[in-house]
Design a protein. Structure first.
Length: 288
């Protein structure tokens, strides 16, 4: 069930970071529960990841067990306006499935590269849409057993969900999304428009983990970083994108340390120039 010393750089979009002591890819909620129980019984910390598109893993890697929920745990079905999917489904695939059934609500998600589990954890969103309000119910594994929450029990807010604050880690295995009936042609037009916007504004030609920082209320991160003169600043192989300063990208060979240093410089400069504390949107995991 477990692989050892697994190179996590291979399972993240940034492509940096050290190994996991133990690595597994469960294929069912039952296997998730078994792996969680194994980690607890053996006193090993457990870290869950999806497609690693929102992660910066430090160069020392992650101790204990890393569980990846991705392609091998990806099934979805549509009944009426309810789309039920396991959390290894890609957001882009779910958006296309909704389009196929003439269901509206997931247009915003067509260009989000990660999976449903990570999107639920992060309350992912774009262009005015967000996953939280679409969620009707969630199945999760906690303390080795399966439980359910409905939307109201989830406490979604901007890029935040209950999952980020649970003392006992909850691993989401399945999500029910409530969509609305729409016109296929209009849904497709909206998706194409948003994809075009994304391609023209974001540095998709380079590895990144998406927007580096959360948007502080009343401000836009990219323009602030640009105004502070940091566009194009490079530390090792990490660079503030010249296309969109809200993205830190990998240009060539890089270490997690390069990214951490660059992020810290940006935070320090923005605090000094604008008095604003930038909070990372990307999740920083592991040991130096
Ligand atoms: C080019 C690019 C563009 C992006 N654009 C957007 C955007 O427009 N909007 C946006 O919101 N995000 C965006 N992102 C970030 C990212 O794609 C989303 O946050 C995505 O939903 C994360 O999913 P993931 O599977 O990659 O999760 P990961 O990055 O692997 O994990 C993210 C967090 O979720 C937790 N997690 C993952 N799966 C589970 C699970 N099953 N149960 C419990 N916790 C879990 C992990 O522990 C981690 O803390 C972008 C990223 C890139 C690279």
């Amino acid at each position: 069930m477990f692989m050892t010393d697994y190179p996590l750089a291979e399972v993240t979009s940034l492509g940096v970071g050290g190994p996991a002591d133990f690595f597994c890819r469960p294929k069912s909620a039952m296997e998730v529960a078994q792996a969680q129980s194994y980690a607890r019984e053996n006193n090993l910390p457990l870290t869950v990841i999806g497609y690693g598109t929102n992660l910066l893993i430090r160069d020392g890697g992650i101790r204990g067990v890393v569980m990846q929920i991705a392609h091998h745990f990806a099934q979805a079905k549509v009944e009426g306006n309810i789309l039920t999917a396991t959390t290894g489904c890609l957001m882009s695939s779910l958006a296309k499935l909704a389009l196929h059934h003439g269901l509206s609500g997931l247009e915003f998600a067509v260009g989000i590269p990660g999976g449903l589990g990570g999107a639920t954890y992060m309350n992912a969103g774009a262009y005015g849409g967000e996953i939280g309000p679409l969620i009707r119910g969630v199945e999760f594994v906690q303390n080795g057993s399966i439980g359910h929450w409905n939307r109201d029990e989830f406490h979604f807010s901007y890029r935040s969900s209950r999952l980020q604050n649970e003392v006992d880690q909850a691993i989401v295995t399945q999500v029910e999304l409530e969509l609305s009936l729409g016109e296929q042609e209009k849904i497709l037009q909206e998706m194409n428009k948003l994809q075009h916007q994304r391609r023209s504004k974001q540095p998709l030609e380079y590895p990144s983990a998406g927007s580096t920082f959360k948007r502080p209320s009343g401000h836009y991160v990219g323009p602030m970083i640009e105004k502070a003169g940091l566009k194009g600043l490079r530390i090792g192989g990490a660079e503030v994108s010249t296309k969109h300063a809200g993205f830190v990208i990998r240009v060539g060979k890089a270490t997690a340390r390069d990214f951490l240093e660059l992020i810290s410089i940006i935070q320090g400069t923005i605090l000094q120039e604008f008095g604003i504390e930038l909070e990372p949107e990307i999740r920083i995991l592991g040991e130096s």
